[in-house]
Design a protein around this ligand. Structure first.
Ligand SMILES: Nc1ncnc2c1ncn2[C@@H]1O[C@H](COP(=O)(O)OP(=O)(O)OP(=O)(O)O)[C@@H](O)[C@H]1O
Ligand SMILES: [Mg+2]
Length: 267
């Protein structure tokens, strides 16, 4: 559990957050997306957010990235409220967000450029990460010349090379086939182990949530409220290829699926 007595030892915190969107049109009623959501993450913790479509998972990440404001409550990063765009966090959004006019290498360097890292250093770090995920040789390819899996890898290393202490990932493996997905999960864990940033990871895949996370937070259907929190409690480093064999896996999977099934039935 998070130690509430030491809030500065928290990387991020949402405190009684409500988020309502006001649709266009005068007669439209506000839509409540998040309803009294509170949680905190320890530095280095890997947390997955799981819940039905439209329950506000992406909204939670957007709040932390400062792309949208809470209607009530507080969003805090390292003890400071997030009041504008939060360039301190790394963010892999739900879309494939490589810049089509830049080569893969220059895409990976992009975050470092924003941080004004000198060119030589930038190039060295980008190449190091590219090597780590087996993309060496494709540095000069443009995104449309890469496979879906390669584009996802490039997006992930770009965000991790940025070296933020908090990384937000919104269904980063969404459209990939099952095999590529597990391989990328394994790679992601290896990269994460190098610096251990705090990760907030959104996924619809319960197996993925268990394989990757220290803690899993389930949400109700909209308006999103926290339904339950689970400590995963599986030892690291993890073997994502055989995670299903563990008794703890089964137990968690069944509990998570019960939560989600109930919420989907309620929509
Ligand atoms: N900018 C916006 N303007 C108006 N409504 C919005 C906006 N962003 C999100 N919403 C609404 O808020 C609710 C939560 O959206 P959000 O994208 O956070 O859900 P989600 O849990 O990420 O869903 P999914 O699993 O489908 O990605 C939805 O009903 C959505 O339509
Ligand atoms: Mg979403």
């Amino acid at each position: 559990m998070v130690d509430r007595a030491h809030p500065l030892e928290e990387a991020i915190r949402l405190e009684a957050v409500y988020k309502a969107f006001v649709p266009r049109g005068r007669s439209a009623r506000p839509l409540l997306a998040l309803d009294d959501v509170s949680f905190a993450a320890r530095p280095g913790e890997f947390i997955s957010l799981v819940g039905p479509s439209g329950c506000g998972k992406s909204t939670v990440l957007n709040l932390l990235a400062g792309l949208t404001r809470p209607s009530a409550g507080r969003v805090v990063h390292h003890g400071r409220p997030v009041t504008g765009v939060n360039t301190e966090v790394g963010y892999i959004t739900q879309d494939d967000n490589l810049l089509p006019w830049r080569s893969m290498l220059r895409n990976v360097e992009y975050g470092l450029e924003l941080r004004r890292v000198p060119k030589d250093e930038r190039r060295r770090r980008a190449r190091e990460f590219i090597e780590l995920v087996g993309l060496a040789g494709f540095e000069n390819h443009y995104p449309h010349e890469l496979s879906g899996g390669m584009r996802k890898r490039a997006g992930i290393v770009r965000t991790l090379a940025y070296d933020s202490d908090v990384v937000l990932m919104d269904e980063p493996f969404g459209p990939l086939d099952a095999q590529t997905r597990v391989i990328l999960q394994d790679e992601l864990l290896k990269l994460w182990e190098l610096r251990r940033p705090t990760v907030l990871f959104v996924t619809h895949d319960l197996v993925e949530a268990i394989a990757l996370s220290d803690r899993i937070i389930t949400f109700t259907c909209r308006p999103g409220r926290i339904k339950r929190e689970y400590e995963v409690g599986l030892r690291r480093p993890r073997d994502v290829f055989h995670i299903h064999d563990l008794p703890r896996f089964r137990e968690l999977y069944d509990a998570l699926w019960d939560d989600i099934r109930m919420e989907i039935a309620a929509t």
